[in-house]
Ligand binder design. Structure first.
Ligand SMILES: Cc1ncc(COP(=O)(O)O)c(C=O)c1O
Length: 313
């Protein structure tokens, strides 16, 4: 059944992305080869893991005859921006339930302006109500307000999203020893885990504080060769300091690879710090997944400007 939805969507075409080699003295001196899988280049507006997570969900929504998608997110959410564009591109009405009632009366930031410009109806709720987003009562209230819709959870993570993320690693990636990825809700890492080869280890870099992740990941992951390192969240979700900004800007200058400040910047900072500390046994070949998120740079720069911090290049 779902295959018909897939055929309908041009999403079905096989994406081939390249692994870009990172050449830095630190890596050479430690006998480490590092490559970045440029999933950020998979689509201009539905980039990285968003593309993978939405692929089978859009197909299912189409197959089941829905004409609207509803999802949840914060003001800078990559997932909100990607869902808005996916709806725009594939003919779904979209509704974004946004955390923070106060945001509704302010000028929209770059992410929310983008979502609105691509047809997303924004519905702002306060933080207490937002916490009830998974409850049947709240979803029923949303259905009575917006009519019937295909519900995509916060961050886009569900079983179909994990299935999409199982397609990130390809045959050509079998010779990597380690795969590294940033972690938010745990969907992307779960898909990657399920497609690891027996000799590969997966290291996840949570972008937020909290110990809920292992149990979330175990809901979807079928293999055990993974671990999380909690040392690189920089104080929590979307927290950023001068050191991280300077790292991201320098990394882009040295490698041409842009990183986002919320997820991939923290992951890459962590990978290079672990190389420095001798965590990876040499010689090792590491594949870091670029999960996108670059749309968030503009909004983050608005915040950095207010805080009189350097801007992201
Ligand atoms: C750019 C980026 N990288 C990584 C993640 C983490 O993905 P997940 O929520 O599946 O753990 C997200 C969140 O969706 C993201 O936007």
């Amino acid at each position: 059944m779902i295959a018909w939805g897939l055929l309908y969507l041009c999403f079905i075409k096989k994406q081939r992305l390249y692994n870009q080699k990172v050449n830095l003295p630190l890596l050479k001196n430690n006998g480490i080869q590092l490559f970045v899988k440029r999933e950020d280049q998979i689509h201009p507006f539905i980039s990285g893991n968003k593309y993978r997570k939405l692929k089978y969900n859009l197909a299912m929504a189409k197959t089941e005859g829905f004409d609207a998608l509803l999802t949840f997110g914060g003001a800078f959410s990559n997932h909100i921006a990607a869902t808005a564009y996916a709806g725009f591109e594939h003919g779904f009405k979209t509704i974004g339930v946004i955390r923070g009632q106060e945001l509704g009366s302010k000028a929209y930031n770059a992410t929310l302006s983008f979502a609105k410009a691509h047809g997303m109806e924004l519905y702002f709720v306060d933080r207490t109500q937002y916490r009830t987003k998974d409850s049947e009562e709240f979803v029923a209230e949303l259905r009575s307000k917006f009519g019937n819709f295909y519900l995509i959870p916060e961050g886009g993570t569900n079983a179909l999203a994990v299935r999409g993320c199982e397609e990130i690693l390809e045959q050509q990636d079998a010779d990597f020893d380690y795969v590294c990825v940033a972690v938010g809700t745990g969907g992307t890492i779960s898909g990657l885990i399920n497609s690891l080869k027996a000799h590969q280890q997966l290291l996840g870099f949570p972008a937020l504080r909290g110990d809920f992740l292992p149990s979330e990941i175990r809901k979807f992951a079928r293999l055990d060769q993974w671990s999380l390192t909690y040392d690189y969240h920089f104080g929590g979700y979307a927290k950023i300091n001068r050191e991280l900004i300077e790292f991201i800007n320098q990394f882009k200058q040295d490698t041409t690879i842009p990183l986002d400040p919320v997820y991939t910047g923290k992951m890459m900072y962590g990978i290079l710090d672990l190389v420095h500390k001798g965590y990876f046994s040499s010689p090792a070949k590491i594949l870091a997944i670029h999960t996108g998120g670059l749309q968030g740079i503009q909004g983050m720069n608005q915040v950095l400007k207010r805080k009189k911090l350097p801007l992201l290049a």
